[in-house]
Design a protein around this ligand. Structure first.
Ligand SMILES: NC(=O)c1ccc[n+]([C@@H]2O[C@H](COP(=O)([O-])OP(=O)(O)OC[C@H]3O[C@@H](n4cnc5c(N)ncnc54)[C@H](O)[C@@H]3O)[C@@H](O)[C@H]2O)c1
Length: 247
């Protein structure tokens, strides 16, 4: 069962998968709206009976820095990227607990959920929250044989930089960035990296492996820069802990 807010793209995705088997279905769904996720879940149970693997993948981009983006923009990004994942978890978990056959949840975060870079954005806030929530969920669900993976991709060749196409009116007008500003230049740089990013099907096969092997963290990229930044962050955290220990 594929679920997406964009019905034309959803229909095209379902069609593109039809050669894999007869049982590919689609349901229109806004993950920011829990009632919509519940309707999608009901359609899934009606179509397939038990659900064992849930991927909370819908997401929108959100650049702009902390205080130079609107609060409506913050709400939109958090509603989709964080609440959307939470809605998926809270909707499907009672069903998984009831059938008792275990399963797996995949939450899509990002490398932006591990590293803040020089601009902390609504996007980064949502993804840090998804990482934390997924880590806690993994521990909580272990006794139920429900695995959890948190997907933290680097740049992947998708339409993430055109996310405004799916912004509902209730979140106000599209965010515009001054192309001559620092954050505008950063957005251009990110767009170029996404354009030349990893093929989404490579990410998909890594996710499949993580489900099969029950791995918590799924990193698609291991670039030396990211490794060095992660190490710097962890080293600073541990050094601060050492300072506390020495006091
Ligand atoms: N592309 C990258 O470089 C990259 C890197 C790290 C993480 N991610 C994450 O990967 C996930 C997938 O994004 P993508 O890169 O494929 O971008 P994309 O824009 O191509 O796909 C996002 C999908 O989410 C859907 N969507 C948006 N809002 C929705 C809503 N409210 N309810 C239901 N569906 C909604 C869109 O219609 C679209 O099909 C996101 O969570 C994104 O943050 C992407």
């Amino acid at each position: 069962m594929l679920a997406d807010i964009e019905s034309d793209a959803l229909a095209a995705a379902v069609k593109s998968l039809e050669n894999l088997g007869p049982d590919i279905r689609g349901v229109t769904c806004d993950v920011a709206d829990v009632a919509s996720v519940e309707r999608a879940a009901k359609k899934s149970y009606e179509a397939f009976g038990k659900v064992r693997v849930v991927c909370n993948n819908a997401g929108v981009g959100g650049l702009g820095g902390i205080d130079n983006t609107s609060l409506e923009n913050w709400r939109w990004v958090l509603d989709v990227n964080l609440m959307g994942v939470l809605h998926g978890i809270c909707t499907f978990l009672p069903h998984s607990r009831a059938h008792g056959e275990g399963g797996h949840i995949v939450d899509t975060a990002s490398m932006a959920g591990m590293l803040t870079g020089s601009w902390f954005t609504p996007y980064g806030a949502s993804k840090f929250a998804v990482v934390g929530m997924s880590e806690a969920l993994a521990t909580q669900l272990k006794p139920l044989s429900i695995g959890v993976s948190v997907l933290c991709p680097g740049y992947v060749r998708t339409r993430i930089m055109e996310s405004e196409r799916n912004r509902p009116q209730r979140y106000g007008p599209a965010q515009t960035l001054d192309p001559t500003s620092r954050v505008g230049a950063l957005a251009r740089q990110v767009a170029e990296r996404v354009q030349s990013g990893m093929d989404p099907s490579d990410v998909a096969s890594q996710v499949l492996d993580a489900i099969r092997e029950d791995k918590l963290y799924v990193f698609t990229h291991s670039g030396p820069d990211w490794r060095a930044e992660l190490k710097k962050r962890f080293d600073e955290i541990l050094a601060a802990m050492d300072k506390a220990a020495a006091r």
